[in-house]
Write a protein that binds this ligand. Sequence first.
Ligand code: ADP
Ligand code: MG
Length: 627
Amino acid sequence: MALLQISEPGQTTAPHQHKLAVGIDLGTTNSLVASVRSGEAQTLADINGDHILPSVVRYAEQGIEVGQAAIEHAVIDPSNTIVSIKRLMGRAATDLKSLRQSSPYEFSISESVVPKIKTRAGDVSAVEVSSEILKSLKTRAIETLGDELVGAVITVPAYFDDAQRQATKDAARLAELNVLRLLNEPTAAAVAYGLDTGQEGVIAIYDLGGGTFDVSILRLKQGVFEVLATGGDSALGGDDFDHAIADWMLQQSGCKKIPTPSLVRLLMREARSAKEQLASVTEVNVKVELDDFAWQGELTRSQMQALIEPLIKKTIMACRRSLRDADVAVEDVLEVVMVGGSTRTLAVREMVGEFFRREPLVSIDPDKVVAIGAALQADVLAGNKPDDEMLLLDVIPLSLGIETMGGLAEKIIYRNTPIPVAKAQDFTTYKDGQTAMAVHVVQGERELVDDCRSLARFDLRGFPPHVAGAARIRVTYQVDADGLLTVSACEENSGVEASVDVKPSYGLTDSEIETMLRDSMDHAEDDMHSRMLREQQVEADRVVEALDAALQVDGDELLSEDEKANIAQARNQLIEAKAGDDSEIIKAAIKQVEDACADYVARRMNSNIRNAMQGHSVEEYAGNEQE
Ligand code: ADP
Ligand code: MG
């Protein structure tokens, strides 16, 4: 994969000109802000000395509370206290069915496609809630650094799709933060570790946070990184551990009633606390009391391990898949970098170590590493570094393609291609006199459009009519550094253009991405078969159409009745074959038509062609015949 570097046009700035830029880890559970000061990236603390800002927003009677203050009220005021908002970023109402069941909020989803949460301050969207977190971090940065902020690098999970990235940018805009770049979280971690000074080879980044899991496979070569693959699951993290433990507590208590939202919150909080303690002790006592509910018991580290093992196994499966994508063997992995609070769980470290067959790296605080990497990048992007400073780039998670004749998906940009990237492909018209073309942008690994996800459709209209195959339509796919796609089409002879920004109103869930990837592997053979079939069907149509057009022009003139009958028979057989599902039979039938027409084609070529248009189509037809 080509190595991409981005360098800023500005020169190195003198120290007094140092522009203030921050890196923000906008996490599902926790968020942090960091900045490079005196050449070193550090996370910034609030007035109480806390570096971590819980990603919790409460719409209280007296205004908006963010972080610890909000968390303290989560139990008594659950419906106005928003947690894990990141899970809703860029999601449409239809994506929320499962989320709604497990969350204490009331959603208002009637009028708009963007779901809103009902709070006492009115209906709020995920973008608005996230912007409160960003505002809080921005204020902290300005108060700590006392300077004008030129912008921020904000991190997102590698699996975030277009809509989710766009939502993150919108949240920043709402917080009046200039986004220098959105950066994948594991990518930021690699920067934080300054791995460019280390040994050359393959590095895996394992990031298990509260709500998301990402794995990235990078290759370090001559001081620069190449992103080989990314994978993960944006609906898996420490929260799920807490869930498993809370369920267990509820089971142990023998409580048969459906727990109230407040009790669920309390159980989750106790579960989380127990889990975190079990990173350093081997057993904890738990006591949960609320209204008429009371339970007290003991949880040992090995009991917890048994509860969460299936979840850790899921992450290991994703690691295995990413290695396969990167075409790297597990023994080629030199280092495994641990990121995210959940990598403090010893069972996670053990199982990851076992899989990769080496001790994972835990030397940088797993909570801060992403923010620190983002700060280092922000510093470069703000123009505080020399031009040759290297920036790690990200890859696209699923292939981007276009629908072609017969419902086939032609890939234009392959998955795991580093971004930014632009790729163009030329297409032509299928019918004589065609003056418009439909562009259908799809995402996914499968061969047929129906099995891929439709991202956008637009028409390129108003180019001059040409005979089939003579128009030249260049379709360009461009993915910017933030992972957002723009598609444009241009008919080159006339210069007619059309384009569309692809911003779907909702995104894919990671399980959908996974399902799509898994399907594409499971169905590789079927897909090959379907593709060949469709191709032959399209070819059959083309042959029949060209034949009919020719017959109409000079069939009576150049052919005897016998010859005509012969050709008609071959034509009928082809139409019959086309209706079936055997590409070989269609291919043979096409050959038969071609054979039956061989003399006719020769005669047409020799005869005087009456006008340019027909002449052209005969040539086309003859060309087809000889292929
Ligand atoms: P996110 O990136 O989703 O915001 P973080 O990386 O901040 O998440 O990690 C938060 C998760 O880490 C929470 O699920 C939290 O319970 C977990 N965590 C924090 N400390 C520990 C610990 N000592 N042991 C186990 N899990 C921990
Ligand atoms: Mg994180």
